[in-house]
Ligand binder design. Structure first.
Ligand code: ADE
Length: 243
């Protein structure tokens, strides 16, 4: 019996390790958020599914503090608008430099600006964005707005709905969550993201129940106890089409 020289075994295992590392580096999707309030993301990025997706090296979630790119000793990031008007605008220079910094970390990343003027975020977009092979940079606006020239660097303006929030942080969290959970390997039951609400853009998730059978005179629909799979399936389909 011929024995493999020991160094070959080592070579193979280190090749395997390098390939694995390469694979990990290749598939890790980066989400970078430019914000004046990075602490808002701590709980969200470090809990539940987002924490697990990072632990499993599927995604990398990080924040960039816009204040670090502020001007002068006071790290100024906002100023009054030309032409007059109330409130302050995020200045172009800190924003621009923060975006360039994020681009250096991830040159192929697409840049999304959170704004109520943007295209409405939808499940179909979350699905599409979860399937791309590049990362995303989120710009969170604050105060009364931002210097419009930042649009030169932006790939897509995104809104989470027809209402105005104090900043882009909550929209960015919403969008990151909706994308990350759809990346293969993130959710435990792979099919759960597929069968749930809005996956086909038209139907809603059907109502579900767990124990106890009766609570405060509220009972579980009988069809679910019947064990009749076809009836259960058609009941669920019918419930999913409710408007
Ligand atoms: N910033 C403030 N309101 C917003 C909204 N509705 N969507 C995205 N970004 C916002």
């Amino acid at each position: 019996m011929t024995k493999k020289p020991p160094f070959l075994g080592g070579l193979f295992s280190s090749c395997f390790f390098v390939a694995l590392l390469h694979e990990i580096i290749l598939v890790m999707k980066k989400f970078q958020v430019i914000t004046l309030f990075p602490e808002m993301f701590t709980g969200v990025f470090e809990s539940s599914m987002m924490w697990k997706a990072q632990k499993d090296s599927i995604v990398e979630l990080s924040t960039i503090n816009l204040r670090d790119f502020g001007l002068g000793p006071r790290k100024q990031v906002d100023d009054t608008p030309y032409g007059g008007g109330d409130g302050m605008l995020l200045m172009i220079e800190p924003l621009w430099n923060a975006v360039l910094n994020a681009k250096e970390n991830d040159p192929t990343a697409k840049i999304l600006l959170m704004t109520p003027r943007g295209a409405r975020w939808k499940q179909a977009l979350a699905q599409e964005y979860s399937e791309t092979d590049h990362g995303y940079i989120f710009i969170c606006g604050r105060y009364e707005g931002y210097d419009e020239r930042i649009l030169e660097l932006v790939d897509q303006e995104v809104s989470v709905g027809d209402y105005v929030l104090t900043g882009g942080e909550l929209p960015a969290m919403t969008i990151v969550d909706s994308i990350v959970r759809l990346i293969p390997g993130v959710l435990g039951g792979e099919s759960s993201a597929e069968i749930e609400s809005f996956s086909d853009g038209e139907t809603l998730e059907f109502p579900q129940y767990t124990r106890p059978l009766e609570f405060n005179n509220l009972v579980v629909p009988e069809v679910l106890l019947s064990g009749h799979h076809a009836n259960i399936k058609s009941w669920r389909e019918q419930q999913s089409r409710r408007t």
